[in-house]
Design a protein around this ligand. Structure first.
Ligand code: GDP
Length: 332
């Protein structure tokens, strides 16, 4: 007895009816490397697209151990209690190596996993950040078509991935700790500059005082950054994900941001810019994949690498040669 494999139409109907199993299966197609799966995924995405876009997308970043999973568990639950449908996705290009370093351990989100109005999906795997990010971007569309109105996207704030996440969300939240010092936390200036809010987690027990102090310091630091195009001044709040305190304040901050940016037109403008960005990103990614997967190129690339190593040809001449060859090969 074999279960019938759902067609693209089956998946679309399921997704539009709010079926999480259909959503899961469609995301698996998006993440697949098989050409047939990707073609089917494209059909599903195309049919879902008119039903997407009706959500708020919130990026959540922070170094490992800051409390992202714990925070998302209580924040997600808080949102579902408000009647929202919450999807949690992740961007973690390293997860293929570390077998899911974030969101992999679902036991940390025990309550949310069992919540009927929540959907949790670990990061797609893949060698390149661009590939992983594209898959997440497409999964957002599927989640929205499935009726999820609040999309949380988690990423580890230690590499390039937060820039990719920043380019697919409406609001970017940085989770931090008090007292550890910015250098220690590996928080780069660029990440702070991207943040629409900094939330100092673990403001509980002996840590409350330090958290309040940190809030003042971060507020001062944020004032040194230039005014944002959104017209929004980033806010700093404290919370304890563990004790479930300060969560409502975080949501209030995010809601204020959406009220402001919806009224001044920035919300739509930013989404439009992001779509333009992803159009070009996807082309770049596809061109690279096509080039490196071309059998002729694969063969000649190795030869040229050796020739460059032996100083028989300059790297630029070798690159030129391979690109020309590829161009001539793909002419119809
Ligand atoms: P992640 O790596 O950023 O996802 O962090 P986790 O959510 O796994 O949390 C790392 C550790 O910090 C766990 O032991 C949590 O129990 C703990 N933790 C998370 N939030 C809080 C908090 O608000 N207060 C305290 N005291 N501990 C917390």
């Amino acid at each position: 007895f074999r279960k019938k494999i759902p067609t693209a139409d089956d998946l679309v109907n399921g997704i539009l009816a709010g079926d999480k199993t259909a959503l899961s299966r469609a995301i698996t197609l998006v993440e697949s490397t098989s050409a047939a799966h990707l073609e089917k995924a494209n059909d599903v995405i195309k049919a879902c697209l008119p039903h997407a876009n009706k959500s708020v997308r919130i990026g959540i970043t922070g170094v490992p151990g800051v409390g992202k999973s714990t925070f998302i568990e209580v924040f997600g639950t808080f949102l579902t209690n408000l009647g929202k449908k919450v999807a949690v996705l992740a961007v973690d290009p390293s997860s293929s190596i570390s077998h899911g370093s974030i969101l992999g351990d679902k036991t940390r989100m025990e309550e949310l996993v069992r919540n009927e109005n929540a959907f949790i999906r670990p990061s797609a795997s893949g060698e390149s950040l661009g590939g992983v990010a594209r898959k997440t971007r497409e999964s957002i569309i599927l989640c929205e078509a499935c009726g999820f109105d609040t999309i949380l996207i988690e990423t580890v704030g230690v590499g390039q991935s937060e820039t990719a996440v920043h380019s697919m969300v409406d609001f970017f939240l940085l989770l931090n700790l008090a007292g550890a010092g910015d250098e220690l936390q590996g928080i780069k200036r660029g990440i702070m500059e991207m943040a629409d809010a900094i939330v100092i987690n673990k403001a509980d027990g002996d840590n409350i005082k330090r958290a309040r102090l940190a809030k003042t310091e971060y507020n001062r630091a944020l004032h040194l950054f230039p005014m944002k195009n959104s017209g929004w001044s980033p806010k700093v709040t404290t919370c304890s994900a563990l004790a479930n305190e300060g969560i409502e304040e975080v949501w209030q901050t995010i809601s204020d941001y959406f009220s402001l940016t919806r009224a001044n037109g920035y919300f739509d403008k930013k989404r439009n810019e992001q779509n333009q960005y992803w159009l070009l990103e996807t082309i770049n990614e596809q061109l690279k994949t096509n080039f490196y997967n071309h059998p002729e190129i694969q063969k000649l690339l190795e030869e040229n690498k050796k020739a460059v190593q032996n100083s028989e040809i300059s790297p630029f001449a070798a690159a030129r040669h391979l690109l020309d060859l590829y161009q001539n090969n793909t002419k119809d």
